[in-house]
Design a protein around this ligand. Structure first.
Ligand code: C2E
Ligand code: MG
Ligand code: MG
Length: 748
């Protein structure tokens, strides 16, 4: 479609060009008139058709252009006739032509409107137009107006045309300088305007000779104008003329300088060449002063413009676009300046604030909500930190507050932490996010990086200790962090190098002391470091997300083992295998389908598998957790709440989530028998579980006394060293499946 219209524009241009060439040969005056008529009428038709074909956002510039073409063709055709008339009729042709110019000026002004007047574009246009105006005045207007044989009005008109052209030139240049120059349609208009200026120049020269009508060749440039305007209206790019984004920085390009330099020189050159009379010298002097002023204005505004642009770039490099706070680079500069100026005043402290589990907000409520939350958090931080502290956003959900806090950083950190934990109201939601804060106070650190690293280390510690807390940096932490980073690297290797294995601990019925299940517990045998306890590497795996891989691997191995025991017909009935699940795994959308296919693959009845989750899984993101857990339940899996009593121990979520059992944490079991110990708690848990129809499992049973107490309290199942620690699958079968269960000889 666009191609067809482009061809229409080309056809219009070609026909116009052909007729213009024929006109040049001046074959016959009748033919000449006919050519002028055909070209002019064709141009009017094209100008009327263009906006209908391309539907530009604003069709009015083109309609006015069509009107201008119609009026000017009337003026052109009527001029030879009008010259011979008397009275007002002499001016009829000029009236048409001048009205046409008025429409042309309005049309260009409308094209310029969506771009606005760029200061530099306007000044450059003004300089060039002023130069042209001086030339027009000295060469045409003044001599034209001095022709004595004319009526006064014609003299005035002869002097007016060059100025109308100067206004047109100013508009055209502003359009060109405000990004229209690349549009094909605009280039065609420029060609048309050049034709117009040449034509007007010709008539103005004729005017200085005291004539109004001369050779028909004087109308030749107007044919070019009609043709080019018609082609411009038919070209598809005409739409862009009213919708182009303006350029912000206007530089002096070579084409622009090629117009500006002659304009600047024009008064001087004309003065030299013409040796003008005293009255004209005034024009030269005024124009020169005007040009120098415009040039100065242009130079100073360019300098200011570049300074502003540089400031914007600098701000962008040191500030965060979302919150408007300084970014990491801005923080580093500020901290560096504070550290340099150490003398006097309290010590410099840096608080590294990191939101806990912010990813969940983004994942669950979308990035827009996440962004708004960050803006709110930034506001709270700056509000509390106050003007004496420097607050920055140094990463996605990481902020820093730095200042000369002396002895008070812990206090400020605590206030910030508490303020951030207050609910944030966003789109009808009450969002609660907590934050962890790492504190470092400048001692021997010489650089901002070192202070930031220490605060980061303290933050790492705060996260590892359970989040939503403030931790001050201590020298020993560097070693701990290094060890954790090492553990992470080695765990990645361990996964691919068979260093992990799964151990099974028996779960028994405390009354009959028969094995009724097992818990799968991952083990890591490091080739150099020896066995690494899960308490050391599971938290690292959780933080780094590696737990998803470790967890799937444990599940796969455990199901394989369970299938093996079933195949060898070793399992008593009932027998369930419990596997620990981390929060990351529960939120993994692939978990459910994977579980379904793994159970199928190993031909294991679904109710043989128990998934152990901790209370924190349910608390972190209740809606998603409820969905996933319901999905697991629908599959037929059993769900157990591990380490019950160490977290929030809220009755409400136990009734809201589809769980089957609670596993009382070993710390309560250990306190059984002590005065004011775990008995009351275990009794309360059993009562609550019974009310909700849940089973109660006790873990960490080490002594017969604990076992008896648990039996007495009505616990359904138990596990602990009393019956054996976790051992590999073969050993487990030998000790706990083939033979009746006996109590272990001693603790492992
Ligand atoms: P947990 O799920 O509560 O596992 C029970 C822990 O208690 C195990 O520690 C077990 O060895 C220990 N234990 C068993 N009987 C006794 C006893 O009589 N006395 C005492 N004091 N402790 C006993 P382990 O194997 O070191 O595991 C620690 C934690 O690591 C587990 O706690 C579990 O939260 C996590 N974990 C272990 N394997 C996995 C896994 O495959 N995936 C995930 N996500 N977490 C795992
Ligand atoms: Mg467990
Ligand atoms: Mg436990």
């Amino acid at each position: 479609m666009t191609r067809r219209y482009r061809s229409a524009s080309f056809a219009c241009g070609s026909i116009g060009a052909f007729l213009t060439v024929v006109y040049t040969f001046r074959l016959d005056s009748g033919l000449d008139d006919l050519i002028v008529l055909v070209v002019a009428v064709g141009s009017c038709a094209a100008l009327a058709a263009g906006p209908r074909l391309h539907r530009p956002p604003d069709p009015w510039p083109w309609r006015l252009l069509a009107g201008a073409a119609i009026l000017s063709v009337c003026g052109l055709i009527g001029r030879p006739w009008a010259v011979g008339q008397h009275g007002a009729a002499v001016y009829s042709a000029e009236a048409f032509t001048l009205s046409g110019y008025a429409l042309l000026i309005t049309s260009l002004a409308l094209m310029l409107r969506p771009r606005g007047l760029g200061r530099h574009a306007l000044t450059d246009g003004f300089i060039i137009s002023l130069g042209a105006a001086v030339a027009a005045t000295l060469l045409f207007a003044v001599p034209g107006a001095q022709v004595r044989t004319w009526p006064m009005l014609l003299s005035v008109l002869a002097g007016l045309y060059p100025f109308v052209d100067v206004v047109l030139l100013l508009l055209l240049l502003n359009l060109a300088f405000s990004s229209a120059a690349d549009v094909v349609s605009f280039r065609l208009i420029t060609v048309g305007m050049i034709g117009l200026f040449l034509g007007d120049g010709g008539y103005a020269w004729l005017g200085t000779l005291g004539q109004l009508h001369g050779s028909a060749l004087l109308d030749l440039p107007y044919l070019v104008t009609y043709t080019a305007f018609g082609a411009a209206a038919l070209h598809p790019s005409m739409v862009e003329l009213s919708s182009v984004t303006p350029r912000t920085v206007q530089s002096w390009s070579v084409p622009r300088l090629a117009l500006i330099v002659p304009a600047l020189l024009s008064p001087t050159l004309l003065a030299l060449l013409q040796d003008p009379p005293p009255a004209d010298r005034v024009v030269v002097v005024v124009a020169t002063v005007g040009l120098v002023a415009a040039l100065l204005n242009r130079a100073t505004s360019a300098v200011h413009g570049y300074a502003r642009a540089q400031q914007v770039l600098l701000d962008q490099a040191t500030h965060d676009a979302l919150t408007g706070l300084p970014n990491r680079a801005g923080l580093a500069d500020h901290v560096q300046a504070l550290l340099r100026d150490r003398e006097g005043g309290p010590a410099v402290s840096l608080l590294y604030v990191d939101l806990d589990e912010f990813k969940l907000v983004n994942d669950h409520w979308g990035h827009e909500t996440g962004d708004r939350l960050l803006v709110e958090i930034a506001g709270r931080l700056t509000g509390i930190a106050g003007p004496h502290c420097f607050t920055a956003r140094i990463g996605g959900d990481e902020f820093a507050v730095v200042g000369r806090l002396g002895e008070g950083p812990a206090c400020l950190a605590e206030t910030l932490r508490e303020a951030l934990a207050l609910p944030v109201q966003l789109s009808g939601l009450d969002l609660v996010v907590t934050a962890s804060v790492g504190i470092a106070t400048a001692g021997d650190q010489r650089t901002a990086e070192a202070l930031l690293r220490d605060a980061d280390t303290a933050l790492y510690r705060a996260k590892a200790d359970g989040r939503n807390r403030c931790t001050a940096f201590q020298a020993g932490m560097r070693q701990t962090v290094r060890a954790r980073v090492e553990t992470e690297l080695q765990l990645r290797q361990a996964l691919g190098q068979d260093q992990l294995w799964v151990a099974y601990q028996p779960v028994i019925d405390p009354r009959s002391e028969r094995t009724v299940g097992a818990e799968a517990l991952v083990r890591w045998n490091h080739p150099d470091r020896g066995p690494i306890p899960p308490g050391e590497f599971i938290p690292v795996a959780e933080e780094t997300g590696l737990i998803t891989q470790v967890g799937s691997w444990v599940l796969e191995k455990s199901l394989e083992q369970l299938a093996g025991w079933r195949r060898d017909d070793l399992l008593p009935d009932p027998f369930t295998l419990s596997v620990n699940m981390s929060a990351h795994q529960v939120h993994d959308p692939h978990l459910l389908p994977w579980l379904r296919s793994a159970l199928d693959r190993h031909r294991i009845p679904v109710d043989r598998l128990v998934l152990e989750i901790t209370e924190s899984v349910m608390m972190a993101d209740t809606e998603t957790a409820a969905d996933v857990l319901s999905g697991m339940r629908a599959l037929g899996l059993r769900l157990s709440v591990d380490d019950f009593g160490t977290g929030y121990s809220s009755l409400s979520y136990l009734s809201r989530f589809p769980v089957d059992e609670v596993k009382i944490d070993r710390s309560f079991v250990h306190r059984l028998g002590e005065a004011g110990g775990g008995e009351a708690i275990v009794r309360a848990v059993v009562a609550m579980a019974e009310a909700l129809g849940l089973e109660v499992v006790a873990e960490g049973v080490e002594t017969p006394a604990q076992c008896e107490a648990l039996c007495h309290l009505g616990v359904h199942r138990a596990q602990g060293w009393l019956w054996g620690a976790a051992v590999d699958g073969e050993e487990f079968a030998r000790r706990h499946l083939a033979a009746p269960v006996t109590r272990a000889a001693g603790n492992p």
